[in-house]
Design a protein around this ligand. Structure first.
Ligand SMILES: [Zn+2]
Length: 300
């Protein structure tokens, strides 16, 4: 009898403990349960071979909004961010800034630190011939004595055989969230780059709300495609409108899958949201960071 009572008491105690443990585990797993965020394929690291002589034009996504372009041996990076970001990162970067052997140019679309990475560019400045950006971002670079050039929207500059034209952007969101003493931001503080190489034209639109001008540019042969569903970017609907304005142009996905921020629309884009809305979805190119992509001229 006593043994039976003891056994029942023991079972009850064990059950209670078990329930309590279960509740603890549930609340713990609720706390640590990660919300889904789309991520790119595994990084394909590269080294100095990516910067050498070449008979073609190759692009490599660096993660974030960054790209390396090697056009017949002329090398440039657009918005490189390879270290020192202030949010947790989801990917391995394909190269360290200290391993970059040389660059003819670094192009920066605007001052936000996911595009203008001072920690990255500080380690690139010794091997980079020239930095190019808007007048405002150039002023920030000049404060650090970098070899930089500022340009107006619509201006054209050369990097060896490559011709680059600044395209307009609308990304002066800072004015909507004024901080004490903050400068007034202008649309021309940010830009995109239309990069004309001997093997075709690459458009890096930068971060921008959709502008009518964006829909009436000479057809690029590749777009570094930001499809963030953010009101300060194209929005997803705007990105799709933009993609379908150039229905044959390959879309190299950018500005997604790199920052651990499942609830933050500028960083949480999912390529799956594009396939049933983009005309000719075969041109959606989901690159792994570091994976080479060969530029080809479209038949126009
Ligand atoms: Zn951005």
């Amino acid at each position: 009898m006593k043994a039976k009572q003891l056994a029942i008491a023991l079972i009850l105690t064990l059950l209670t403990c078990d329930i309590q443990a279960q509740q603890k585990t549930d609340s713990l797993s609720k706390k640590t349960e990660k919300k889904y965020q789309a991520t790119p394929p595994k990084t394909q690291p590269f080294g100095k071979e990516a910067f050498g002589a070449s008979k073609s034009t190759t692009l490599r996504w660096l993660g974030m909004a960054g790209f390396l372009i090697n056009s017949r041996g002329t090398t440039l990076m657009v918005d490189p961010l390879l270290q020192g970001f202030d949010m947790p990162i989801l990917i391995e970067f394909p190269i360290k800034p200290k391993d970059v052997p040389s660059l003819d140019a670094v192009l920066v679309t605007h001052a936000d630190n996911d595009h203008f990475s001072v920690p990255t560019n500080k380690d690139l400045v010794g091997v980079t011939k020239a930095f190019h950006s808007t007048i405002y971002v150039d002023s920030l670079m000049k404060n650090m004595s970098w070899p930089s050039f500022g340009h107006d929207i619509g201006a054209v500059f050369k990097v060896n055989d490559i011709s680059v034209k600044l395209t307009p952007a609308d990304h002066a969101y800072q004015n909507a969230y004024p901080r004490p003493g903050q400068r007034h931001f202008k649309n021309e503080d940010a830009c995109g780059f239309m990069i004309q190489t001997p093997d075709g034209t690459i458009w890096a639109p930068g971060d921008s709300r959709l502008l009518d001008e964006h829909l009436h540019l000479p057809t690029p042969d590749a777009i570094l495609f930001d499809f963030s569903d953010s009101e300060w970017h194209f929005t997803l609907a705007g990105a799709i409108k933009l993609a379908n304005a150039y229905p044959d142009t390959p879309l190299l996905l950018s500005h997604w899958g790199s920052v651990d921020a499942p609830d933050f629309s500028p960083f949480n884009g999912d390529p799956k949201s594009l396939y049933d809305k983009v005309v000719n979805p075969k041109r959606i190119i989901v690159l792994a960071p570091g994976q080479p992509y060969s530029l080809r001229k479209l038949r126009k």
